[in-house]
Structures are given as structure tokens and as C-alpha cells.
Design a protein around this ligand. Structure first.
Ligand code: FAD
Length: 389
């Protein structure tokens, strides 16, 4: 007997990567899985690139029947730029994937009837041997509930009170450019390369990723760039307030950047970036931005409620490990339920494992931010001028 036989139904709150990894793995165990996702319809795939780590590749291959090579773009070298535009390279093979390619692989694997979009969970109420999930006017009892509602989690407090993520003091500007819109000299410069520029308290990186939901044919790929820039809280508000004056809080979606913020971004690129990287920023039609957050919890389980993905630990993107961590949350739960004799033993072992890894990644990410000069207070002059990016 294994822990799997102690439960029949699982409810997953949040249908992005964290929730989908769990749903696919638990359905594989024969459990009756239901996913509730707040957003309606197919998500937009204009963002963004993800370094394909081994756990995600293994998950796609094993649980989704997807050859990771077929939905990712290889790089052979790391390329480091100096301010004057010269670069040197070191050998380092990696695969680059997109958020959309992972999402689509997981959705294709999960029975459509299990996934309910446009259906936010409003409350999770513990009950004897399970949890009642409130969605709209309905209440669905499940034996196990997984909270996968992301860094701004509404339900995190049921497991880990007082663990709201904090703003780390810098933003990631991001952009994607269709391969067909990239001049040939830039294409050749960045092809097969994971490129970096480490400047004064700033970092820029770029690489090719698959096009719409996993397309890798030449001409259908995209250039993906990320530029970390320090910004105090008022500057963050400014960046994430859109062209119509609407405030978006911790991120700015593509296509909405305010003209003045865009002008300052271009001006900053001119002043601080090597020429090939500046040109990428200039070629980007719809730059977007995300605040960098630090999120850490001391518990990931409260009886039959579990936290997963960014609802638990939010780690710095320099670790390139957010999606990997979410996949590992699901793989370890799958294994624990299969191998341990009782539900309680399985969930306890899972929580111990995931807390240790989440904490290690969290600290590693903060350390990388420190090494890049991105941590610490933003100079007052930057806050006053609003030119701090
Ligand atoms: C467009 C995009 C681009 C990304 N790019 C990168 C990247 O380049 N590199 C990287 O490592 N990571 C990236 N990430 C983050 C990475 O995907 C996540 O860290 C990882 O997949 C785990 O995310 P998550 O599913 O836990 O949280 P999220 O991706 O934040 O998903 C949470 C989900 O929960 C839903 N939700 C919220 N509240 C409710 C509710 N009450 N009821 C039901 N549903 C709810 C939200 O609508 C959302 O779909 C990206 C994420 C997105 C969405």
C-alpha cells in the first residue's frame, strides 16, 4: 500500500506552470484532479524565455511525452560583452525554452475536462479529511488541495501567514523580437549564444527562444532579452503605470509602456549598454517589466493544504530556477505519494524536502543579486530624478 490509496481527489488552485506540473503528475498517479484557473482563455505567449533545466526537461519527456529538444533552442556558448561592444566566449551548452512551450506541453497532456479557466477559487476551507474549494456558487470537496496561485497568492496565508513576498529593489525590463525582424548581423552575433553584459549595478542578458507555443523552425523563433535595473518603490510605480495612467503594481504587460518611461529606457540603453544590446532594446516594439521579488515561507503544508511554485518561494530570476523548482515540487510529491506508506508520511517528507531546496535557492538568488550589485538601497538622487533605469 502507498499513500496514493489514502486519497482520491485533488484540487489545484492556479493553472499556470506550478499548478499544471502538479496536476499532470497527480493525474498520472490515477487521482481525480481538478484545476481552477482565475484567468479566462488561452494565455498570451509574448513573454518570455526560460532556461530549460534538467527537471523540467525530464518532466516534459516522462509525463508529457514531449521531446525537450523539439520545443527548445540550443546554445553552445556563453558570450560576455564589454561596454565597448567587444565580446569573448566560453563553451557552455544549454537549451532555451519559452514559458508558452512548457505551458502548452502540460495543457496538451492534461484532460481538458479537468481544467476550468475563468474560475477563481475564493475560499479554501479545511474539513475532516480534506478541503472544501469554493468557486463561484459551487463548493467542491477534495481530499487534498494544492495552492498554486503564484507570488501574489491569495491563499498562502492558510499555510504560511505573514509570508508576503518583498520587492527586492530592482526591475527586469524584458523584450522579445521576432527572428524575422532582427537584422542579419545581430542574428549572427547572438545565434547559438547566451549573451551577458554586467555593467555598473545592472545586468543585461539575451538568447533565442522558441516562437509561439514552442515553434523552433528557423524564422519562427524569437530573441528574448532581460535587463535588470535598480528602481526604488516610487520608480517601480512609475514604470508599472501604463500609458493610460492605470497602475499595474508589480508588473507592466507588453504594449502598455508609458511614452516617457519608454523614452527614458531608450536613453538609458544609449548611455549604458554595448551597442548590439542597445539595438535590441530599440528594436523591441513592446517592452514589458516585472518587479523582482523575494518570497520565503517556513511551512508548505497545513494538514491537507499544500503550497507550490511561486505561492511558496519566490526566488530571484538569476537562479534560472523558478520553473525548475515548480517542476521539482510536483516530481517530489509524485514520488513521495508513490513510495511512502501513508499520506501523512508522504506529505511530511515532501514538505521537508521542498522547504530545504526552496530556502537554499532563495539564499542563492539573493547572493547572486548581491554579486551583481543589484541589492541594497537605491541612491536618493535616482529616486528624485526618476531616471534610475
Ligand atoms: C508569462 C510568464 C513568463 C515567465 N517567465 C519566466 C522566466 O523567464 N523564467 C523563469 O524562471 N520563470 C518565469 N516565469 C515564472 C515561472 O513560470 C514561475 O516561477 C513558475 O512557473 C511557477 O509559477 P506558478 O505557477 O507558481 O505561478 P504563476 O505563474 O504566477 O501562476 C499563478 C496562477 O494562479 C492563478 N490564480 C491566482 N489566483 C487564483 C485564484 N484565486 N484561483 C485560481 N487561480 C488563481 C493566476 O491567474 C496564475 O495563472 C514566468 C511566468 C509567466 C506567467
Amino acid at each position: 500500500m502507498s499513500a496514493v490509496s489514502d486519497i482520491k481527489s485533488v484540487g489545484v488552485v492556479g493553472g499556470s506552470l506550478g499548478g499544471l506540473f502538479q496536476a499532470v503528475a497527480l493525474a498520472e498517479l490515477g487521482l481525480d484532479v481538478t484545476v481552477w484557473e482565475r484567468s479566462a482563455g488561452r494565455p498570451d505567449d509574448r513573454g518570455a524565455g526560460i532556461v530549460l533545466q534538467p527537471g523540467v526537461a525530464w518532466f516534459l519527456n516522462t509525463f508529457c511525452g514531449v521531446d525537450p529538444d523539439s520545443v527548445s533552442v540550443p546554445v553552445t556558448h556563453r558570450q560576455f560583452f564589454a561596454r565597448d561592444g567587444r565580446s569573448h566566449q566560453t563553451l557552455m551548452r544549454q537549451q532555451m525554452i519559452s514559458w508558452g512551450a512548457i505551458y502548452q506541453s502540460l495543457r496538451d497532456r492534461l484532460d481538458r475536462a479537468r481544467y476550468h479557466d475563468g474560475r477563481p477559487a475564493t475560499a479554501l476551507v479545511p474539513r475532516p479529511d480534506g478541503v472544501a474549494v469554493h468557486v463561484g456558487d459551487t463548493v467542491q470537496p477534495v481530499d487534498l488541495a494544492i495552492i498554486a496561485d503564484g507570488s501574489a497568492s491569495r491563499h498562502r496565508g492558510l499555510v504560511a501567514p505573514d509570508s508576503t513576498p518583498r520587492y527586492a529593489g530592482y526591475v527586469a525590463y524584458r523584450g522579445v523580437i521576432d527572428e524575422t525582424e532582427l537584422p542579419e548581423d545581430l542574428s549572427a552575433l547572438f545565434r547559438d549564444r547566451f549573451s551577458f553584459y554586467d555593467g555598473e549595478r545592472t545586468q543585461f542578458l539575451c538568447y533565442f527562444i522558441p516562437g509561439d507555443f514552442g515553434a523552433t523552425a528557423p524564422g519562427s523563433r524569437r530573441m528574448n532579452w532581460v535587463w535588470y535595473v535598480r528602481a526604488d518603490a516610487p520608480a517601480l510605480d512609475r514604470v508599472t503605470t501604463d500609458r493610460d495612467g492605470a497602475a499595474h503594481g508589480l508588473s507592466l504587460p507588453p504594449g502598455l509602456i508609458a511614452p516617457q518611461v519608454y523614452a527614458e529606457l531608450l536613453d538609458r540603453a544609449q548611455k549604458v549598454l554595448p551597442e548590439p544590446l542597445r539595438r535590441l532594446v530599440e528594436l523591441t516594439r513592446e517592452p514589458f517589466a516585472q518587479a523582482i521579488l523575494d518570497g520565503r515561507v517556513s511551512r508548505m503544508r497545513q494538514d491537507r493544504l499544500l503550497l507550490t511554485g511561486d505561492a511558496a518561494f519566490v526566488v530571484r530570476p538569476h537562479t534560472a530556477a523558478s520553473a525548475e523548482k515548480a517542476a521539482a515540487d510536483a516530481i517530489i510529491l509524485f514520488t513521495a505519494l508513490q513510495q511512502l506508506p501513508s499520506l501523512d508520511a508522504a506529505l511530511a517528507a515532501w514538505e521537508n524536502n521542498r522547504l530545504a531546496e526552496g530556502d537554499a535557492l532563495y539564499r542563492h538568488g539573493v547572493g547572486l543579486g548581491q554579486r551583481l550589485g543589484l541589492n541594497g538601497p537605491v541612491p536618493a538622487s535616482a529616486a528624485v530624478s526618476g531616471q534610475n533605469y
